[in-house]
Design a protein around this ligand. Structure first.
Ligand SMILES: [Zn+2]
Length: 342
C-alpha cells in the first residue's frame, strides 16, 4: 500500500467529532479509518467557527454569480480558548499513543513504519488565536504548531480572506496587513509552514514577494478548470512551481467542478484532471493531496478517508506512474515540510 500524507482535514473541529480513536461512520475521518485508507499522516486543522455561522445567506449576483458572504470575524480570546482546547485534544490522542504530533521531519518519516501511529501536523486555519503582538506564537510552537494559514475566508488582524464566489477571480480585496507581514516573518523564523489556501490573490502575492519558504496551497484547485475565487490562477500556479512549492489538490466538489456544484455525484476523475493540469504546467513535484475531509462535500465514490486508495487508482488510470503517485501521495509534502521546518 502506498503511504499517503494528506494536506488538510477538519476532523478535529467537526461538530460531531466524538472520539477520533474509535472507528465511527460519522464524518470523513477518524484514526482507524485513516489506517484503513493508508493515510499515514496529514495536516490537522484547528478552526474556530464564526459566531453567526448558521445564519449566513447565500446570494446570487447579476448573471447568477454565486456569492457567499464573508463569515463574521472571531474575537482573539474566543479563538484562543477554542483553539487551545482543540490542540489539547490532539495532544491527548498523542498521550494515548493513538497518534503522533509532528515536531520534526523525522516524526513524519517515522509514521511510514508498519504499525507506527499516524502522524498529525498541527495547523491553525486562520490565526485569530494568535494575539496581534504575536506574543503567543512561541507558546503555540512549543505546543506543536507547525503550520498556519494567516486567515480563513473572513477578515482578521493579519489578512483579508478570500470569499466563496463563483465565477470570480481570487483578486477580491487587500492582502496581508502589517501584522500579517510580521506574522509571516515570525513563522519563517520559528519554522512554521505558512499555508496560502484561504488568502485572496493580493495576500498570495504579498507572501510570494517575501517567499519565506516554498509556496504551499494546502487544499486548492485550478482556476482554469473551475473559476471559483478559492482556486489558483495559472500565474499563481507558476509561482508555486518556481519556488519549489506545491498545490494540495482539494476533494471539495464545488472547487473541482466547472459548475461549482456542491454535488457528491462528482467523479474522482475530476480530482485527477486538476492534478494533471497542475502537473502539466509546473511538474508532478508540485502536486499533492489536500482532501478537506470533514470540511466539505467530497465525491461519494471516495466516501471517506478509507476510500483513499480509489483516488490513487484514479491517478493511475489518469496516466500517473507509480513513482509519480508516490511523490503526489507523500514525497512532495515531505519536501516542503522539511524546507519550512529546518
Ligand atoms: Zn479550508
Amino acid at each position: 500500500m502506498i503511504p499517503i500524507f494528506d494536506g488538510h482535514n477538519d476532523a478535529l473541529t467537526r461538530e460531531d467529532r466524538g472520539d477520533l480513536a474509535q472507528r465511527s461512520s460519522r464524518g470523513h475521518l477518524d484514526l482507524p479509518r485513516m489506517r484503513e485508507g493508508g493515510m499515514r499522516g496529514g495536516i490537522f486543522a484547528i478552526f474556530t467557527p464564526s459566531p453567526g455561522e448558521q445564519s449566513r445567506q447565500i446570494t446570487f449576483g447579476a448573471k447568477g454569480q454565486y456569492i457567499e458572504p464573508l463569515a463574521e470575524p472571531v474575537g482573539q480570546e474566543v479563538a484562543a480558548a477554542h483553539a487551545k482546547a482543540t490542540a489539547e485534544y490532539l495532544l491527548d490522542l498523542e498521550q494515548q499513543g493513538e497518534a503522533a504530533v509532528a515536531r520534526f521531519i523525522a516524526d513524519v518519516d517515522a509514521a511510514r513504519a508498519p504499525g507506527a501511529p499516524p502522524v498529525a501536523v498541527m495547523h491553525l486555519e486562520g490565526a485569530e488565536a494568535i494575539d496581534a503582538g504575536l506574543a503567543q506564537l512561541q507558546a503555540w510552537y512549543e505546543r506543536g504548531l507547525r503550520s498556519l494559514g494567516p486567515v480563513w475566508s473572513r477578515p482578521n488582524d493579519f489578512a483579508h480572506g478570500v470569499p466563496f464566489v463563483f465565477p470570480s477571480s481570487p483578486d477580491t480585496g487587500p492582502g496581508l496587513t502589517e501584522r500579517g507581514t510580521a506574522l509571516l516573518a515570525a513563522c519563517a523564523e520559528l519554522g512554521i509552514l505558512v499555508d496560502l489556501s484561504h488568502l485572496n490573490e493580493a495576500g498570495f502575492w504579498d507572501v510570494a514577494r517575501v517567499e519565506p519558504g516554498p509556496l504551499v496551497a494546502s487544499h486548492s484547485a485550478a482556476h482554469a478548470l473551475c473559476p471559483a475565487s478559492r482556486n489558483l490562477t495559472d500565474r499563481q500556479i507558476d509561482a508555486i512551481g518556481a519556488g519549489g512549492g506545491l498545490v494540495g489538490i482539494v476533494f471539495a466538489t464545488p472547487f473541482l467542478r466547472p459548475d461549482f456544484a456542491d454535488d457528491p455525484e462528482t467523479p474522482l476523475s475530476l480530482i485527477v484532471e486538476h492534478a494533471r493540469y497542475v502537473a502539466d504546467r509546473i511538474g508532478v513535484a508540485h502536486v499533492a493531496l489536500g482532501s478537506d475531509f470533514d470540511g466539505a462535500t467530497i465525491p461519494s465514490a471516495l466516501g471517506d478517508v478509507a476510500g483513499l486508495p480509489r483516488v490513487l487508482a484514479a491517478l493511475a488510470d489518469g496516466g500517473f506512474s507509480r513513482a509519480e503517485i508516490e511523490a503526489i501521495s507523500w514525497q512532495n509534502w515531505r519536501r516542503v515540510l522539511d524546507a519550512w521546518w529546518r
